[in-house]
Design a protein around this ligand. Structure first.
Ligand code: GLV
Ligand code: MN
Ligand code: MN
Ligand code: MN
Length: 412
């Protein structure tokens, strides 16, 4: 049996070096896609891949790709990776763990003289987190052909186009669809990630095998009312766009609270003007629903549309609603899960299976090839915040599980 021993100190150094490449003007460890530090982060990942002996490229969608070619593979490939961008005010582990882990697996394979039957393709996916245009998993979507003219036409709060903003990340919008990958010779995708919730900690498990990844529906709404004097305009004569939006924010909470497994978040809300004594003329909000059930997302979409309509019309406010395409829930490959489970058991690590309420590139790649995810615990279940933490021993256990799972998948 092949034994691979990932080096905890190297993993720690790589995570700490990435954590030093952050935006000093934002809280936490922020490396938001489409900013200079995000480019720096991806170039750092490329350097680490180069040093590990991979043949590296940055593709037309900004994905950093590193290939460990095997003389035995005939081009058959196992993909492994995650992302290095963060939410604003995020932590040091979400995404980074999976990229650093994949690179450490390559080092271990080379040091131990292990030759796989597959090429190993390491990926740092571009813009996994929702960027300011509301689009997540940009790099993985480009690989599977989900970037379209509609995607490039998405706008941010200032009315800028996503397609135009890509240049700031060194990406030519006219070429991005060329990043589409031929998956015919890819046999599996494996991603290691922190759990970002409390399940593993509560169950005392070192490794989580993800059974299913949440479905997700995001939307933007623009409420248009009338700007008026806040002191002189009687309450019954107002067309207050802010109140219509606020009612819709609460509707997100009400709708999502109807089902235990559902989630709803209204993450942004902007009033124009922002003046304490002026009735709000325009309010822009964005939100999302998540569920393990695709049908529930359809229900939530129709409910929020109706609620926003009622909140607006009862105040003489107009509303424009825009839904991004629904991302269906995805089931992970059971054969791959079985191979990972055997590897985890062989290492004497404790494990459980769980559902992922967080979205991941794995869900996008799973539309093309069998995919599986391994989770390691998040302290206190905290994530998307500066307090996000996983002990280095727990990360190393995850990397070890990933390394042995890759070897098991390779020889299956
Ligand atoms: C990604 O981290 C998400 O679940 O939003
Ligand atoms: Mn995240
Ligand atoms: Mn992530
Ligand atoms: Mn194979």
């Amino acid at each position: 049996m092949t034994t691979l021993t990932p080096a905890s100190d190297r993993i720690r150094t790589d995570l700490e070096d990435l954590a030093a490449l952050v935006d000093p003007d934002l809280p936490g460890w922020s490396r938001v896609a489409l900013t200079e530090v995000d480019i720096a982060g991806r170039h750092h990942a490329k350097r680490l891949m180069d040093q590990a002996g991979l043949e590296t490229t940055i593709d037309a969608a900004g994905n950093v790709l590193g290939r460990l070619t095997s003389p035995r593979s005939g081009g058959r490939t196992i993909m492994v990776g995650s992302h290095t961008d963060t939410v604003p005010g995020g932590g040091r582990f979400d995404g980074m763990v999976g990229v650093v882990a994949a690179i450490e697996v390559v080092r271990c394979l080379r040091e131990s003289g292990t030759v796989l039957n597959h090429d190993l393709l390491v990926v740092d996916f571009f813009s996994e987190e929702p960027n300011r245009f509301g689009l997540s998993c940009v790099g993985s979507r480009a690989l599977v052909g989900q970037i379209t003219a509609d995607t490039l036409a998405l706008t941010d709060a200032e009315g800028g186009r996503f397609g135009d903003a890509l240049a700031a990340a060194g990406i030519d919008a006219a070429r991005i669809t060329g990043a589409r990958m031929d998956f015919s010779r890819v046999d599996a995708f494996i991603e290691l990630h922190i759990e970002q919730g409390p399940y593993l900690e509560e169950h005392g498990s070192q490794i989580g095998l993800v059974e299913r990844i949440t479905g997700l529906s995001r939307f933007k709404a623009l409420f248009r009312g009338q700007r008026d004097h806040g002191g002189t305009t009687p309450m019954n004569r107002r067309r207050d766009a802010g109140c219509a939006a606020a009612g819709t924010v609460l509707a997100v909470e009400r709708i999502a609270s109807q089902e235990e497994s559902s989630r709803g978040t209204a993450g942004t809300l902007t009033f124009t003007p922002t003046a304490v004594n002026v009735v709000t003329e325009q309010a822009e909000m964005s939100g999302e629903f998540r569920s393990p059930q695709g049908e529930w997302l359809d229900y939530a979409r129709s409910e929020i549309l109706a609620a926003a309509g009622t909140e607006a019309s009862s105040r003489g406010v107009d509303v424009d609603f825009e839904f991004l395409p629904t991302q269906q829930p995805v089931t992970m490959d059971s054969a791959l899960m079985g191979l990972c489970a055997e590897s985890v058991d062989g290492l004497g690590l404790s494990r459980t299976t769980l559902f992922s309420g967080a979205e991941h590139d794995a869900a996008i790649i799973a539309t093309q090839v069998p995919a599986v995810m391994l989770f390691v615990p998040s302290q206190g279940g905290r994530s998307h915040c500066p307090e996000e933490w996983t002990d280095h021993a727990e990360v190393t256990a995850g990397v070890t599980a990933l390394a042995h799972s890759i070897v098991a998948v390779d020889s299956a």
